[in-house]
Design a protein around this ligand. Structure first.
Ligand SMILES: CC(C)(COP(=O)(O)OP(=O)(O)OC[C@H]1O[C@@H](n2cnc3c(N)ncnc32)[C@H](O)[C@@H]1OP(=O)(O)O)[C@@H](O)C(=O)NCCC(=O)NCCS
Length: 197
């Protein structure tokens, strides 16, 4: 770090494509191109009952989906959040989402999230995408501690966390609620940049 460089100069999440071979992680935004169109794909994702239960997207109509894409573009432009679409390398189809944003940028603390469309579940994609996004944030944006929260009862997400290298740290009581829903307890998992990969 040069003397004039600040911590936030280094902690910038820059638009990039992460190539995992069979899948690509591509920045969400207006320019994201998937077969059938990105807005219909987002509407379909929001309508999935498991996504609606555990990670509601709010993209339930065209205007909301476009507003979501605009927010993704804004966050990519200012380096504060990295929302990646998980897409099939072979046909470009949307499979899911992997997301990382700063929760305390000055202190290097970020949080990750993910969802998969039903047809993409059960083959390790969420685990691989979460690990890839986490390592990228450590390597390119100096993330120091990456946290992962999931609702108590979301056992599949708990297994993703453990498999992706985020040990369980504790249970938070009534710590989070989605719009219009009750507060729920969450598990906190986290990994440090210094944890072995
Ligand atoms: C949470 C969610 C992403 C987990 O999906 P998933 O398919 O179980 O997770 P992964 O992609 O990591 O796949 C892991 C599963 O594939 C199996 N698998 C098969 N091949 C694998 C491989 N090569 N590597 C790892 N796992 C593999 C694993 O055994 C595991 O199944 P199990 O947990 O029943 O043992 C998905 O259920 C979802 O989108 N839910 C709704 C939204 C949500 O809950 N988001 C998280 C909010 S905190």
């Amino acid at each position: 770090m040069t003397t004039s460089e600040t911590v936030t100069d280094r902690r910038v999440l820059r638009p990039t494509v992460l190539d995992l071979g069979d899948v690509l992680l591509r920045p969400w935004g207006r320019a994201l191109d998937v077969p059938g169109g990105i807005v219909p794909a987002l509407l379909a994702a929001a309508a999935d009952p498991d996504i609606d239960r555990w990670n509601p997207l709010g993209t339930t109509d065209r205007a909301a989906a476009e507003a979501y894409l605009d927010r993704c573009d804004t966050h990519w432009a200012d380096g504060t959040a990295a929302a990646f679409a998980v897409t099939d390398t072979a046909d470009g189809g949307l499979l899911g989402n992997a997301y990382l944003r700063w929760s305390d940028r000055a202190d290097g603390i970020a949080m990750v999230g993910y969802w998969l469309l039903p047809a993409a579940r059960g083959r390790g994609l969420a685990t691989r995408a979460t690990a890839a996004v986490t390592h990228w944030a450590v390597d390119t944006a100096d993330a120091r501690r990456i946290e992962l929260y999931h609702a108590v009862g979301n056992d599949r997400s708990c297994r993703v966390a453990t498999r992706a290298g985020f040990p369980y740290e504790g249970t938070l009581r009534a710590s989070y609620r989605y719009s219009g829903r009750d507060y729920q307890d969450e598990h906190l998992h986290a990994r440090l940049a210094t944890d072995p990969r």
